[in-house]
Write a protein that binds this ligand. Structure first.
Ligand code: ZN
Length: 259
């Protein structure tokens, strides 16, 4: 290997990931596909939806005086299949009477995901909400009892029943509830459109509007809702786009420590 001249490499990301972009000074707004993105100091953490096409894209950075196009490239990522067996068939093919409940819960969750609080002052270091083995990755193409369902919208971390679940970052509790698929669930608003969802808890220890810190105990690991065993499901949503929590942690924590 030899050192190449300093041609600035175009940042890359994958569908379902995030890409960090350095911003021109005095940037006030950052948009991708007309959606406002998360900003941390002079960097944007851009959410790349799973359905994004492979190839070149641009983010728009606005300041009071100018608009700049920041290029990045989306490269291919292959997501694996995962086949799961759930004993309660009703959790795979809900009854007609379940649909009303499922739709009402989905509306509550979408409303929480749509929150856009002021940008967080600081996010690093984002912490895993529990320690354990990741048994299902983000984006897995899932089949329940042989039937295809939506791609996995978060990660599953296996942990013992009753293990404390901690907040990955500071924030405010946006929503709690016992939901058909997700079981006992907490949504945390961390600011700038960054929302965490934590599911299948055995116990919820917080209430809506409560302010929490990084590592505040939110609840306990369980297997409520559509779960094959005790684990934590953690989704990271950026402005309504679910992204891979592990990529998000890597990008936010690495960039912060590099300064
Ligand atoms: Zn899950």
């Amino acid at each position: 290997m030899f050192a190449l001249p300093s041609i600035a490499a175009i940042p890359t990301g994958v569908p379902g990931g995030v890409v960090e972009l350095r911003l021109p000074q005095s940037t006030t707004n950052v948009f991708f596909n007309e959606i406002q993105q998360l900003r941390l100091d002079n960097r944007a953490i851009v959410a790349i939806p799973l359905i994004t096409t492979i190839g070149d894209h641009v983010v728009i950075a606005q300041s009071a005086k100018s608009t700049t196009e920041l290029p990045f490239e989306v490269i291919e990522k292959t997501y694996r299949e995962q086949h799961l067996t759930v004993e309660n068939q009703r959790l795979v093919n809900p009854l007609a009477e379940d649909m009303k409940r499922i739709q009402a819960e989905s509306a509550l969750i979408q409303t929480a995901y749509a929150r856009f609080s002021p940008m967080p002052k600081r996010l690093n270091p984002i912490a895993l909400p529990v320690r354990g083995i990741v048994t299902s990755e983000f984006g897995f193409r899932r089949f329940f009892n042989g039937q295809p369902r939506n791609p996995h919208s978060g990660i599953d971390i296996a942990a013992e029943h009753g293990t404390p679940v901690k907040s990955p970052a500071p924030g405010v509790i946006a929503l709690t509830g016992n939901f058909f698929f997700n079981g006992n669930t907490i949504l945390v608003d961390h600011g700038g459109g960054f929302i965490s969802m934590l599911c299948h808890l055995s116990q919820i220890n917080v209430h809506p509007q409560q302010q929490i810190e990084r590592n505040s105990i939110l609840g306990m690991v369980g297997a409520t809702g559509r779960a094959t065993g005790p684990h934590l499901h953690w989704s990271v949503s950026l402005q309504g786009t679910r992204v891979d929590p592990l990529i998000f942690i890597d990008v936010v924590n690495a960039s912060a420590s590099a300064e």
